[in-house]
Design a protein around this ligand. Structure first.
Ligand SMILES: Nc1ncnc2c1ncn2[C@@H]1O[C@H](COP(=O)(O)OP(=O)(O)OP(=O)(O)O)[C@@H](O)[C@H]1O
Ligand SMILES: [Mg+2]
Length: 323
């Protein structure tokens, strides 16, 4: 794969402190994440709340420093760089919060908010900046008169569009979308997803699409990465994963998704209870405490990543027995 983004053994551990501020342990929010995204593709990232999806996005974007590991973007290592050194190499990488409209400055007119990244990060002339502002506003389907309005003068949906436009001002190549449709009505969700697809085509974007809505991920992404307690346990072609999930965790996740037109080939089972805390990840396979197939081997060693014939990568000791 000609990877735009290539992550290897990425860790982000947060200190756990007691009431006196003494460190009593580590919360392993990211614990050995490896994955790659090819230029132009949409990679969905799914998993239960707290499994580390946002931490992954923020660590790639440099909002969090990794504890260790590698992040190569456009051929350059960007993990662990100082903010100033990282800024230039990360210019083409944008992290988009759940509601990008909420990050607009309420005291600035829309036009000012859109132009600001160009003033800070480029030496474009004022005329060129204005042209790009107008082009980008048109790309998110907003009329030019919005440039003179303040965020409170437009609707929430329009604010979201302006937020997206702002993210696109520097013409990134990779956009990390963190739950871009959560909290929206189903009809508005569809509008936002369509807009994201249009923008991808117009600006040649690659997306990392974080969501816990499996139906949306299935529609939207070509490949899917399933995270459990800070690690990717299965990654591969979306349709293959949905048709025949290999990892027991993926099977349990997909059992909650309605099947439309077709039969599921493998056995699925409902997942019980809460995941363990990322501050106390089980020894061996991290899923073993909730896995109906777990045995002594699973308690002893963390399963390595294994590649299936269809190119999927799965971390489980029992793929043969499960197949
Ligand atoms: N700044 C931080 N300091 C300490 N712990 C953190 C910090 N950010 C995240 N965590 C912890 O890291 C773990 C992963 O959090 P993260 O927000 O990445 O999960 P998530 O998969 O995005 O969940 P959700 O689906 O609810 O958004 C959680 O246990 C969280 O409490
Ligand atoms: Mg999150």
């Amino acid at each position: 794969m000609n990877a735009l983004l290539d992550i290897a053994a990425l860790n982000r551990h947060f200190p756990i402190r007691n009431v006196w501020g003494r460190r009593t342990g580590w919360l392993r929010a990211l614990d050995g994440v490896s994955l790659a995204i090819a230029k132009g593709e949409i990679l969905g990232v799914v998993g239960e709340s707290g499994c580390g999806k946002s931490t992954l996005g923020k660590t790639i974007a440099g909002i969090h420093q990794p504890s260790s590991g590698h992040v190569r973007f456009e051929g350059n290592e960007i993990a662990g760089l100082s903010p100033s050194a990282g800024r230039a190499l990360r210019r083409n990488l944008q992290y988009c919060y759940q509601d990008p409209g909420a990050s607009l400055d309420p005291r600035w007119k829309i036009g000012t908010s859109l132009e600001e990244p160009l003033i800070v990060h480029t030496d474009m002339s004022q005329a060129d900046r204005r042209t790009r502002v107008r082009e980008t506003l048109a790309a998110v389907n907003l009329p030019e008169r919005h440039l003179d309005l303040y965020p409170h003068e437009i609707s929430g949906g329009q604010q979201r569009r302006v937020g997206l436009a702002r993210i696109l001002m520097l013409r990134p190549s990779l956009v990390i979308l963190d739950e871009p449709t959560s909290g929206l009505d189903v009809s508005v969700q569809a509008v936002v997803l369509n807009l994201l697809l249009e923008l991808r085509a117009a600006f040649d974007l690659t997306y990392m699409f974080i969501s816990h809505d499996l139906s949306v991920v299935r529609l939207f992404s070509q490949r899917i990465a399933v995270m459990y307690l800070g690690r990717v346990v299965e990654i591969g072609d979306t349709e293959r994963v949905f048709a025949a999930p290999a990892h027991p965790y993926t099977r349990s996740l997909l059992s909650a998704v309605p099947i439309i037109g077709g039969r599921r080939i493998v056995e699925t089972f409902a997942l019980e209870g809460e995941p363990p805390s990322p501050g106390a990840i089980p020894s061996g396979c991290r899923f073993r405490t909730r896995c109906p197939f777990a045995d002594a081997a699973c308690a002893a060693t963390d399963p390595p990543d294994r590649e299936l014939p269809d190119g999927r990568i799965v971390a489980c000791h029992h793929l043969e027995t499960l197949a």
